[in-house]
Design a protein around this ligand. Structure first.
Ligand code: BV8
Length: 225
């Protein structure tokens, strides 16, 4: 393995844990319009619809278990202390259930955010319209996830890791959503080796030096071994 590894994960790593991806056949965006459920405007327009969308995903994620791909990345992080950074676009919490530490660039289903005062607290299983903030009392609770048009979290930390890593890997992401989709270019520019692990080609496959094709639960443990 290399000295410092940055691994970006997307919905594909959780597909075999039973959680739907976004853009595969029958995926989340086939059932909901992004603008209705994953934008601030959608939340302002119909908060009940958006809470319903995230409450359903929160319930599904709570029941889901990590698969061998999550476990292999957690093992890699344990075996190489301080040298493996996992950045996830996922909000499902499965990396943590497998024992890994991750940077949640798009937030997490188990966190709630007050859009009046910015306070964060553990999300209840079901959030409701006018969810009261335990800090300021305003009925301004929302899912603590990054919607389209909102700035992803921890970008300074992530950029720092991309500029100093020796190896960049992307697991189970379509390369369609920025800024995450641009990470491989930044790592390449910084001189890192790059590998993509996916079931099929992504929008940025052409930029990666190496490709491993197959289901994450098989190819990630093989790659880590
Ligand atoms: C921002 C969180 C700026 C909540 C999500 C530049 C160019 C073009 C557009 C833009 C740009 N910059 C910004 C934009 C706009 C936009 C964007 O990128 N739009 C796209 C659609 C063109 N980006 C944004 O708005 C971002 N914000 O840039 O802010 C800014 C600057 C200053 C100040 C303010 C703002 C925010 C984007 C985050 C949106 N939130 N989710 C939630 O989860 O509901 S996005 C959502 O889709 C996911 O979080 C994920 O990040 C994203 C991509 O999904 P994937 O994870 O890749 O999943 P997908 O289904 O697409 O693909 C699955 C993959 O897995 C496939 O490749 C498949 O082959 C593979 N797979 C399937 N099964 C398996 C498998 N692989 C292995 N094994 C298997 N078994």
């Amino acid at each position: 393995m290399a000295d410092k590894i940055v691994i970006l994960t997307g919905a594909g790593i959780s597909a075999e844990s039973g959680l739907g991806t976004f853009r595969d056949e029958g995926g989340l965006w086939a059932k909901h319009r992004i603008q209705d459920v994953a934008t601030p405007e959608g939340f302002a327009h119909d908060p009940a619809l958006v809470h319903g969308f995230y409450n359903a995903r929160r319930a599904q994620a709570a029941e889901a278990t990590p698969n061998p791909a999550h476990e292999a990345l957690a093992r890699l992080q344990r075996d190489w202390p301080g040298e493996v950074v996992i950045v996830t676009q996922n909000v499902d919490g499965l990396h943590e259930k497998a024992g890994a530490e991750v940077i949640h660039m798009h937030g997490a289903l188990d966190s709630a955010l007050c859009h009046a005062c910015g306070h964060r607290w553990p999300a209840p299983p079901e959030m409701v319209v006018g969810e009261p903030c335990p800090a300021c009392g305003a009925g301004a609770g929302r899912p603590d996830v990054v919607w389209f048009g909102e700035m992803p979290y921890h970008m300074d930390r992530i950029e720092e890791h991309l500029l100093t890593c020796d190896l960049f890997a992307a697991v189970g992401t379509s390369g369609k959503v920025y800024p995450a989709a641009g990470f491989v270019e930044e790592a390449t520019f910084a001189g890192a080796r790059t590998v993509e692990l996916n079931l099929s080609d992504s929008d940025v496959s052409r930029i990666f030096q190496e490709h491993r094709v197959g289901p994450a639960s098989r190819i990630v443990p093989e790659w880590v071994a």
